[in-house]
Structures are given as C-alpha cells and as structure tokens.
Design a protein around this ligand. Structure first.
Ligand SMILES: Cc1cc2nc3c(=O)[nH]c(=O)nc-3n(C[C@H](O)[C@H](O)[C@H](O)COP(=O)(O)OP(=O)(O)OC[C@H]3O[C@@H](n4cnc5c(N)ncnc54)[C@H](O)[C@@H]3O)c2cc1C
Ligand code: FES
Length: 355
C-alpha cells in the first residue's frame, strides 16, 4: 500500500499558461521519508467529487536543494491537472506518497560524466531535477538537453534553463525544438524524431563520450530516439526512459469483454500480510478494479499500464495483461503483472501485492 501523508501546499507558480509548479511544505518529522533522488516522483491523491483521484508527478526540484516541488501541465478534460491549474490554492492540503521510481540519475561529486536528455512538454520535470542536481553536485560533469515544445510560450522552465546556462556556460547547453513556431535553425523545427537523434549522434554525441541518456516524453519520441541511439552503437542499459501517458491503448484493459477472459473468477489478494478473497466479474474490467471495489486499499495511480504502482505477483493461476509500459522483462519473467491491465484466465488466481 502506498504511504500517503497530508502536506500543505506552500506556494504555486504559474510557469506557462497551461502549467503550474507546486511547492510542498514537508514537516521536519517527515523530512527523512521525503528524501528523493533526481528523477523520482510522488503519487498525489485527492478526492474530487466522489472519485479517489491518484496521479503521479515527478519532482522538478533538485534533491540537494531541500525543496519538494512538482509541475503539473493541464491536460484537456483531465481530473487532477484541471484541478491543480484552476482551483488549488496555497495553504490547501494534498495527500502525497513518499518518493518512488527507478528513472533516476544518482550523482557523485568525484565523477566527470556527460549526460544527454531528450524531453518533450511536461517530460521536462524529472529532467529538470537531474540538470539541477548534476550542475550542483558534480562540478566536472556536463549536461546536454534537447527539449521539444509547441512554442516558446508553452515551454515550461524556459527562463530557468536560460538562467542555469548563464551560470554554467561550460557545463550546460540546451536546444529547443518547436512544432508551432519557426526557429532560426531548420533542424530544430518540428518534433524530436529518431532521425534527428541519429544526426545529433553522428555530429555531436559520437565526438564526446556520453555516459547516460535520459528520455522523457511521448512514446513515439522515446521509441524513436532509443532505437536511433542503439543503432548508433549506444548500450541499451545506458538509455533510461520514463513515459507519462501511453495514449488510447491504455484504456484497452477496461474495454475488454468476457471473451478475453473468464466472466467470473475467485481472486485471492494478498496485501499487507492479509489474504482476502475477491469475486472478479468481467464487468470489473481489471483485477485492480475488482480489488478496489471489494474495499481493499492497494496501490495504484495511472490505471493506464504506465506507472507500475499497481504491480503484483501472480503466485497461482493465470492472468492476461493487456499492455505493459511499466514492467521490465525480468519482472514479467518473475511473475509480476500490472493489475490495472490484467484479467483472470483461470477460475482461481492468487495475486500478492506484498512481493
Ligand atoms: C511516472 C509519471 C510521472 C509523471 N510526471 C508528471 C509531471 O511531472 N507533470 C505532469 O504534468 N504530468 C506528469 N505525469 C502525468 C500525470 O500523472 C497525469 O497522467 C496527467 O497529469 C493527467 O492527469 P489528469 O487527472 O489531469 O487526467 P485524466 O483524468 O487522467 O485523463 C483525462 C484525459 O486525458 C488523457 N490523458 C491523460 N494523461 C495525458 C497526458 N499526459 N497527455 C495527454 N493526454 C492525457 C486521458 O486518456 C483522458 O482521456 C506523470 C505520469 C507518470 C506515469
Ligand atoms: S496503476 Fe499505473 S500501471 Fe497500473
């Protein structure tokens, strides 16, 4: 189960017309629990209407700054991002989980590393934490950022990036790609693509020894750039990525019918050391929904197969997972599934959230 704490919103900054950044005032007694690594995120929980809304947001602040700050870009029709951009006020309380996530850049003051990041839109948030942390904590390291947006007005942290470049001319550089505003150099017009990443690799990255690559943005950018880098000879283990949203596919699990699995099944859920029997019916759509409907408070956030918060291990029976953008192949091999994307394939299934 996620470990939530009620924390006060200490300040809100309007970063762009469609994005606010939110500072949290973490009480001293929780400071240790809220220590984080650059790139990690929290689950924010808010009851909106009668819905228990939980969404994941990456810290954009540097861990060493002592601040805990997220940035939320408004998504059309989005439950939490609309609330955060229009109604949330300084002094309000939000429930947030302790920091989680494997998309991290661990720093070491003795190293002199070269980092490259590709970010699109709100994908800049974890990257921002990484840039800040590297520039502060690794005096001999360099950071190269490639950042895609529709135009200058909607570019989150544009001024802060310019400020950081002024302070660290030799160690930090960035290039903006724009889809709806013409920029001086034609190469930077339009989206970040695998082809552009190949050209950058040939002309820039191959001439420097790049230690780690970080990608955060839409699936098409992540897949395209990753493939280009691997084809150019980069090691897959040095290319790290985080996806915020999987697109229309992510709703697939909830639309599956009984034809995909069984109309009924007995699911034994192990959570916090307890064993509880859950009656799964096909209208539940996923094992996660059946579990939540039966009143068991297990961890979840995106319900879209992306964040892996709903990960659990199948210890008996079989399930079918509609899609997966959150689990590594080794985890699947070990029997883990995303419960928000899984339905039972056998009359009994046992699934453990405690592994
Ligand atoms: C690990 C992780 C870290 C994240 N960090 C950040 C962050 O730092 N800043 C940030 O702004 N967001 C971040 N997100 C995305 C965030 O968790 C929410 O998905 C997003 O804010 C939309 O939530 P909502 O409640 O407003 O929309 P919902 O009510 O969930 O969705 C409303 C509609 O918008 C669609 N939709 C949902 N998300 C997106 C999206 N990102 N782009 C386009 N359409 C979408 C849905 O399919 C739905 O139709 C992160 C996600 C993950 C998995
Ligand atoms: S809740 Fe995010 S992957 Fe299942």
């Amino acid at each position: 189960m996620s470990n939530f704490h009620a924390v006060r919103v200490s300040d809100i900054i309007r970063e762009t017309p469609d994005c606010v950044s939110i500072g949290f005032g973490i009480p001293k007694n929780l400071a240790k629990e809220f220590e984080y690594k650059a790139g990690q995120h929290v689950i924010v929980r808010k009851i909106l209407g009668d819905e228990d809304v939980r969404r994941t947001y990456s810290f954009c602040s540097a861990p060493s700054s002592g601040h805990r700050r997220i940035a939320v870009r408004h998504v059309e029709g989005g439950a939490f991002s609309t609330f955060a951009n229009t109604k949330l006020k300084v002094g309000d309380t939000l429930e947030i989980s302790t920091p989680i996530g494997e998309f991290t850049l661990p720093t070491d003051a003795r190293t002199s590393s070269n980092y490259v990041a590709f970010a699109v839109g709100s994908g800049i948030t974890p990257i921002m934490a990484m840039i800040r942390e590297v520039l502060t904590r690794e005096p001999n390291s360099h950071f190269f950022l490639y950042y895609g947006n529709r135009d200058a007005e909607h570019t989150i942290f544009a001024e802060q990036l310019a400020h950081m470049k002024n302070l660290h001319m030799e160690r930090f550089s960035y290039q903006f790609f724009m889809t709806r505003q013409v920029v001086d150099i034609p190469f930077f017009n339009g989206r970040i693509t695998g082809d552009k990443a190949s050209i950058l690799h040939q002309n820039v990255f191959s001439k420097i020894n790049i230690d780690e690559y970080y990608l955060c943005g839409p699936l098409s950018m992540i897949d395209g750039v990753r493939e280009a880098l691997v084809n150019a000879g980069e090691t897959a283990e040095n290319i790290h990525s985080e996806l915020f949203f999987a697109g229309a596919d992510s709703e697939r699990a909830n639309k599956r019918s009984a034809l995909d699995g069984l109309a009924k099944s007995k699911v034994t859920v192990i959570s916090d050391g307890r064993k509880i029997e859950v009656d799964y019916r096909d209208e539940h759509g996923s094992i996660l929904e059946a579990t939540l409907k039966s009143g068991i408070d297990v961890s979840f956030a995106c319900k879209g197969g992306v964040c892996a918060t709903c990960r659990a291990k199948v210890t008996e029976g079989k399930v079918d997972m509609a899609l997966n953008y959150g689990l590594e192949p080794e985890e699947i091999e070990a029997g883990f599934v995303l419960t928000c994307q899984s339905i039972p394939l056998t009359k009994t299934v046992t699934i453990s959230f405690d592994e």
